[in-house]
Design a binder for this molecule. Structure first.
Ligand code: SF4
Ligand code: SF4
Length: 142
């Protein structure tokens, strides 16, 4: 009867498991749950798409769309950690189960490219004329 002390000990101590779903454990700090995007802060750089190991993010800068397949996400957090504007974050809970496959699409406003100023070109054109004048002056001096 070597196991008798173990049986008695197990009968007297509290259970090692929780009575789920009546007793739910609080999430850990920095838990990686559902992905969230603040599309207004997104600059459509595509960094999240390039870093995603499951290739579930598609960024289209021209159309201004940010797309994610949440069923392929492995909750690694690499997209969030590498986003330069910190517009990606993760909740401390997982998304609810669904019966059909969904694709998550966000529409945003990509930043417009800056217009180039014409001033440097005008200076560049003016420079050869100045050189020609200087050469002419030198010839006249001779
Ligand atoms: S890394 Fe961030 S800013 Fe860049 S496209 Fe992804 S969500 Fe947008
Ligand atoms: S958490 Fe990981 S797998 Fe999910 S979208 Fe971000 S980079 Fe991809």
């Amino acid at each position: 009867m070597l196991f008798t002390p173990t049986v008695i000990r197990n009968l007297l101590k509290k259970p090692a498991t929780r009575n789920y779903p009546f007793e739910v454990r609080e999430p850990f700090p920095n838990y990686r749950g559902e992905l969230v995007i603040d599309i207004d802060k997104c600059i459509f750089c595509g960094m999240c798409s390039r870093k995603c190991p499951s290739q579930c993010i598609t960024v289209d800068k021209d159309a201004g769309t940010w797309q994610c397949d949440p069923h392929a996400c492995v909750y690694c957090g690499l997209c969030r950690d590498n986003c330069p504007t910190k517009c990606l974050s993760m909740k401390d809970t997982h998304r609810k189960p669904v019966t059909e496959k969904v694709v998550w699409i966000e529409q945003g406003n990509p930043p417009k490219p800056k217009k180039k100023t014409a001033a440097p070109k005008a200076e560049a054109k003016a420079e050869p004329e100045e050189k020609a004048e200087a050469k002419a002056d030198k010839k006249e001096e001779k």
